[in-house]
Design a protein around this ligand. Structure first.
Ligand SMILES: C[S@@+](CC[C@H](N)C(=O)[O-])C[C@H]1O[C@@H](n2cnc3c(N)ncnc32)[C@H](O)[C@@H]1O
Length: 239
């Protein structure tokens, strides 16, 4: 599935490193083992990324407080479909909380408070049949979005969402999910957690990018099953 998690659906290529070491190079499959989370990076490297890209990650207790404030749907099925976007998502701690993004401490599944964690917890509690679980889980994954400039963060955000779904599957059914299901999950993630320069709405380093034209990033309208430009939403479009 890792090849799917490296795909950029706007460019059709792999996502780019977009950091000071590799610049605009694509992340190659065989380079995945070079990617490490911020908490593992040496202090000097962390500082440089803070200077370059304002990279500072949010601890789970802060994500938890903010996430508590935003769910107001009336029934659990509506809550599953409620759409959330983590802008400049880093390793996506507001969506999924597998570990403390600051310290690296592993968080047990029952204590995770990310927006997708909450949805999957509900699905595990409310669904009675396997097809229902699959259906609601795919809907939940389609409902959460994030974008990020730096490719290593983006890859980790994608992997965190992917692993979270596998964790909740295992929690519910006490076994590993099958490859077909995981491939569907990875495909959705490759659209919903995407690489974008939030200042231009285009992939990093894209020439002639502009706010509402040029090479804007594509995301998926899952109801119509067709891609559209993210920048359209900012013109007042609604999906
Ligand atoms: C303060 S961190 C927040 C990360 C995460 N949301 C969190 O709360 O832990 C900001 C993130 O924005 C990313 N970033 C910086 N400039 C960006 C840009 N122009 N477009 C998209 N992301 C950007 C950085 O790479 C970094 O991961």
């Amino acid at each position: 599935m890792l090849d799917i998690l490296l795909r950029d659906q706007t460019t059709g290529k792999n996502i780019l490193w977009a950091n000071s070491e590799f610049g605009a190079e694509e992340i190659k499959f065989e380079q995945i083992n070079l990617i490490e989370p911020r908490w593992k990076k040496i202090r000097e490297h962390q500082k440089q990324r803070t200077r370059d890209r304002a990279e500072i990650f949010t601890p789970p207790e802060v994500c938890e407080i903010q996430n508590d404030l935003i769910a107001d749907e009336k029934n659990w099925q509506d809550y599953i479909d409620a759409k959330y976007l983590e802008i400049t998502c880093g390793e996506a701690p507001y969506l999924v909380n597998r570990y403390n993004a600051v310290t690296g401490e592993i968080i047990p599944i029952n204590l995770r408070g990310g927006l997708l964690d909450r949805k999957l917890k509900l699905i595990n509690n409310e669904t009675k049949t396997f097809p229902d679980w699959i259906n609601f889980t795919l809907r939940a994954v389609k409902s959460v979005y994030g974008y990020e400039f730096q490719g290593d963060n983006l890859f980790l955000a994608r992997r965190n969402v992917f692993e979270t779904v596998a964790d909740f599957y295992n929690e519910k059914f006490s076994r590993k999910p099958n490859d077909d299901f995981l491939r569907q999950v990875a495909e959705i993630i490759s659209w919903n957690i995407w690489q974008m320069d939030g200042l231009t709405y285009s992939p990093p380093f894209t020439d002639n990018a502009n706010l509402f034209g040029g090479a804007n990033c594509l995301i998926m309208d899952w109801k119509k099953n067709e891609p559209f430009e993210f920048a359209e939403l900012l013109k007042g479009g609604h999906r």
